[in-house]
Design a protein around this ligand. Structure first.
Ligand code: UGA
Length: 415
């Protein structure tokens, strides 16, 4: 099928190359020419396992000109939906993309489908996207179809997740557009759930906010366990065998970061308030997560006085296997350490360049050089941290790296 993908961020780029890999003719459109140039040279602006390899074996057309989408049967909207200052989800990029798409496709004779993939508040496709598209005088469900199909790709493992989805959600405005998407995904063995666009939008937000809630829940249990001298990982293991609970996302530590869980929580909270409902649980999940990162510093202060001390940081990315530092717990922790007068030496296998743009003033060194500090904080569970020699060190572990237990003084955040 001829497919266009609008937005070459991590969702758009991964969707584009994976759609090409499964046999579609893909045009990827982005207004950022620099980004397109980097992708063309197989140096994508994001790190994603297997992405460069896929770029080498697939051929996708890259373009900054929306006119190139004219012969597409399906257009995926994958532009960013960042947070506004009040936490609500910004639709500015969606608006620009929809206007451009509408401008190019208004004269198209054959039926085509517009599919929103970006994470948006419930109701956006029906109340915002469709009215904008219909300004062209063409009717949704008649001249063109509209779907909302959220993605559940986990950064770092996005290609694996795309190729092996747990489920495919198709929120269809008209049956014909739903059929088009169901046909596109027919080679996947995952269950396909067909619903309306607003429900599909809510499924995405509810999924991410549930994962965030699960993490804050196990962190709360972890904090209690720490006081009782219980290792929370054994508790998680014992809980996880119950398939009503499930073993994933029960790793306690310094909390969740990244560009999705905090943003989607904030977005759903703002949306709820907008309709007059106070989402107390969701707000608490967020507050709890903010406080959890600082547990690492509380523990550190038991062992070192921070003023003028050199604190080594292992891990800056919001999780392993990515160079992404957006809302990384390391940001809050480094800010606090600097405020307390500490000097910082930091290391991350991939995220140093991104972190430098936020904190140019701290020292970036090798992993071994980080060990030469008054105390060490582990903030991301990179596998290579299991090869370091911690034996005569003071280590506060926010992510559970078993080898670090060999330290002279070792404290886990929740164990
Ligand atoms: C998340 C969701 O997991 C994806 O399904 C979704 O598609 C994506 O957001 C999105 O909306 O685009 P991602 O942000 O890549 O994916 O990261 P996660 O793997 O969910 O991890 C988020 C944070 O939670 C990380 O900081 C991680 O360290 C933390 N975490 C995760 C824990 O603290 N404990 C756990 O048990 C699991």
């Amino acid at each position: 099928m001829k497919i266009s993908v609008i937005g070459a961020g991590y969702v758009g780029l991964v969707t584009g190359v994976c759609m090409a890999k499964i046999g579609n003719e893909v045009t990827l459109v982005d207004i950022n020419e620099k980004k397109l140039e980097a992708i063309k040279n197989k140096r994508p602006p994001i790190y994603e396992e297997g992405l460069v390899e896929l770029l080498n074996v697939t051929s996708i057309k890259l373009n900054s000109d929306f006119k190139k989408i004219a012969d597409s049967k399906l257009v995926f909207i994958c532009v960013g939906t960042p947070s506004n200052n009040d936490g609500s989800i910004s639709l500015a990029q969606i608006e620009t993309a929809v206007e451009q798409i509408s401008h190019v496709l208004r004269a198209k004779k054959e039926y085509y489908v517009i599919c929103v993939k970006s994470t948006v508040p419930p109701g956006t496709t029906e109340k915002f996207v469709i009215p904008l598209l219909e300004q062209s005088g063409r009717k949704a469900g008649n001249h063109f179809g509209v779907c909302m199909s959220p993605e559940f790709l986990s950064e770092g493992k996005a290609i694996r997740d795309f190729m092996n989805p747990a489920r495919i959600i198709i929120g269809e405005y008209d049956k014909r557009s739903g059929d088009t998407l169901a046909n596109l995904y027919s080679g996947f063995s995952a269950p396909i759930i067909r619903t309306d666009p607003t429900t599909a939008e809510m499924i995405k937000l509810a999924s991410n906010t549930f994962l965030a809630t699960k993490i804050s829940f196990i962190n709360e249990i972890g904090n209690i366990c720490k006081q009782l001298n219980i290792d929370v990982s054994n508790v998680s293991r014992g809980m996880g065998f119950d398939d009503r609970i499930g073993s994933k996302f029960l790793n306690a530590g310094i909390g969740f970061g990244g560009s999705c869980l905090p943003k989607d929580l904030n977005g759903l909270i703002a949306e709820s308030r907008h309709i007059g409902y106070e989402p107390k649980l969701l707000q608490e999940v967020l507050n709890f997560n903010d406080a959890q990162a600082l547990k690492a510093i509380e523990l550190l202060k038991k062992h070192v006085s921070l003023e003028n001390a050199t604190i080594g940081i292992l891990g800056l990315a919001f999780k392993p296997d990515t160079d992404d530092v957006r809302d990384s717990r390391a940001i809050k922790i480094v800010e606090t350490l600097l405020w307390e007068g500490a000097n910082i030496k930091a290391y991350d296998p991939l995220a140093v360049e991104n972190f430098k743009t936020l904190f140019p003033q701290i020292e970036y060194v090798t992993a071994d050089e980080v060990l030469d500090s008054n105390a060490i904080l582990i903030l991301t569970e990179w596998s290579e941290f299991s090869r370091l020699d911690y034996s005569d060190k003071i280590v506060i572990d926010g992510r559970r790296v078993p080898k670090a237990k060999e330290a002279r003084i070792y404290e886990g955040v929740c164990w």
